[in-house]
Structures are given as structure tokens and as C-alpha cells.
Design a protein around this ligand. Sequence first.
Ligand SMILES: [Zn+2]
Length: 413
Amino acid sequence: MPHTPQGDLDDAIASRAEELAELLSTTVRIPSVTGSERAIADWYAEWMIRHGWELELQPLDGTVFASGEETVGDRANLIGYPFGRPGPGTPVLVLNGHIDVVPTGREELWATVPFSGARAGGRVFGRGTVDMKGGIAAALIALDTLRNSEVVLPMVPVIHLVIGEETTGVGTRLALATERAPDAAIILEPTNNTIITACTGLQFFRVTARGRAAHSSAPWRGVDALARLLVLRDALIQTAARRSAAFAHPRFADVPTGIPFTIGMLEAGTYRAAVPDVATLTGRIGLRPGEDPDHARAEFAAALRAAVVADPFETEMPHELEWQGEPYPGWDTEENESLVVALRDALVMAQGSPEFGGFTAGNDAGQYAQAGAVTIVFGPGDAALAHTVEESISEADVLLATRTIVQTLVSLS
Ligand SMILES: [Zn+2]
């Protein structure tokens, strides 16, 4: 590398490669399954203090933010300010990483101990390596390297280390309710260092159909709730298919649909020799980038009403449609935004190949986009390994992400 400020930064990162891998390995050894994030938050807080950062622990508020949370107690976000708290009017860029991980599943299926953090063959192994302590490690070392340098940054970086992403997104909701909304945001989910500029949203739902139980020897005396539910199911599927057919977006051209619809559970009856008196299904609908969730919800609700308009039992036993939890909004960032351009150029400089993509999975990015931030998702690691018993990440990929984050923050305009 020539002796330039950027060459110096690259050298500084290269000299911290071992520290980076060890940081990741250490944090993987601290289990942080959703609901039990306090130990890892404290560890990151100590790391920030040791490196001279300002920080703030944000305990989960048991009243405003408790809805839908199985555990409230001892949980906290950690907001890190490597360059101090940004003053009013200063452009702010947030790096967001969730500190919770999904459960290990059956431990005997793992080739290594789930929280081993073992390093071998240039990889780090264990739950959370990919999703997403690898991205967090990259961001921490990137920000600390910038902090130690003479470089003046165009936007002040702040890191939001949040709880509860894997279940409800409560951590980011809390962070955005208490912190000023940033101008730009990078969500550090594993994208294999691909730049995600668009994400479709989702909303969970439950539909209930009622009936009247009857002995199976005289089913004509009952009203079959399952049969009624299946009519509603067809209406949902047709609505989703119609919405899919009308949705075209270049970032989702390579998948069958950008706005997936799934019914994940269906339950009916309580006994095999009786006509079921209640039947339910639960699932998720997809939301277009920028679509008002109310709009999509109204469309599905109208389709259900239309499907049962001729049903003689509907007045007596109306169906129920319930939207569960907060929607994950879809979003879309223009690819000529300076954040996208800076990230693309930084990837080239860090010897990565800039690739662009779209996401059909829910994550915290939508909350930043909705708050008005120019938002992208970018991080190291193969998302296909996340949530599996083979979760592991390449140390070289984490290092590449670290260099890319540094160069992006330097060259933002
Ligand atoms: Zn994740």
C-alpha cells in the first residue's frame, strides 16, 4: 500500500486482524439467546470503556416496550459513541448490530460445541458467528481504528447494539425512540459482503374460523370450522398471488416472488371423532418496499370478507383476522445515494467485488428506513449458515468487511 491516509488505515486494520478474530471468538463464547442478552451487552460495554469510547446502556422499558416480550427484566441495548455523542445538526451514521442469537437447537447435532467460538482453518465456529457477532466485531474494530487515526469523518458514526432482533425487533424500536434518528444506517446482517439496497417487509397474522361440534356419527348436525377455514385460506393465497404478479422490482428479479406469503401453522378440532368447532391458521404476508402496511392489511381483510359473503353461518359465527405484532416495513434505497456509492467504491478498494441484492426476510433495517435514514444492509458471513448447526464464518471475510466499513466512512460525502 502506498503511504496515503487510506493506506495507513489499511495497515492499521491489517495489524489488528488477530485481535479482530479473537474478539469475535470471545463474544461467541458468551451465549446471548434472545431474552438473555445482558452478559454480552456488559462485555461489549467493558470493551468500549477499555478503548475510551462513550457509551450508554439502555435498559428495556418494562411498560412501553414490554408488549410481546417474553422476558423484560435484565435486558439492555448498548449505544456506543466512538467519537463522542454527536451534537445537534451533525450528520449521523448508525451501524446497527443485534446482540441476540437464536437458540442452538439439538446440541448433539453440532459437530462442535455450539458456543465454542473455536478457530480452525481460517474460520470461527459457533452460534452467532454469522448472525451477527461477525458483523459487530468488524464494526467495532473499524470504528476503533478510525478513532485512533487522524482522519476527519464526514458523518459521525454511532453503533446501536440491540436486543431482541430475532423475535420482535424491540431493541431497535427502543433505540430509535430514545436516540435521534440517524441520517444513514448500515445494518450489519450477514450478506456475504453483498450490498442490500432493498428489502420487502412482512406482517404476521392469524385467521380463526368457528363452527359447531357434532359427533362424527352425525356430522350433519355440526358446522365444520376447518371447511370454513379452508375457504378463507384460498382467498388469502389468491390475494397473495395477485399481489405477487403485480410486483416487479429489479432487486427481486431472481426469485419467484419478492413478497413471499406463507401459512406456517394450521390447527383444527380437538378430537378425531368430532366435527371441529374451531380452526386457525397463522402465517405472514409480504409487504412491498414503501408500502403502507395498513394498505396491505386492508387488501387481505377485504378478500376474506368477500370469500364468505354467501356463507349462511357468517353472521352467527363470523371469522376473525388478527394482525400479530408490529409490521416489518419494506424499504428501498436509491443506488446513487452517497452511502451506496461509497460502499461500492470501498469494496473495490478492499478487494471485494461489489454485488447488489434484495432481501425478503424481516430485520431491523426497515425501522431505520421508516425513520428517514438512507439504509443499507451489509455484513460478512453466509446467511445460509445462520440459524444452523454448522454456523461459522471466514476470518478473511470479517476482515474484508472491516476494511470496507472503514473506507466507506472515510469516503462518504
Ligand atoms: Zn440477524
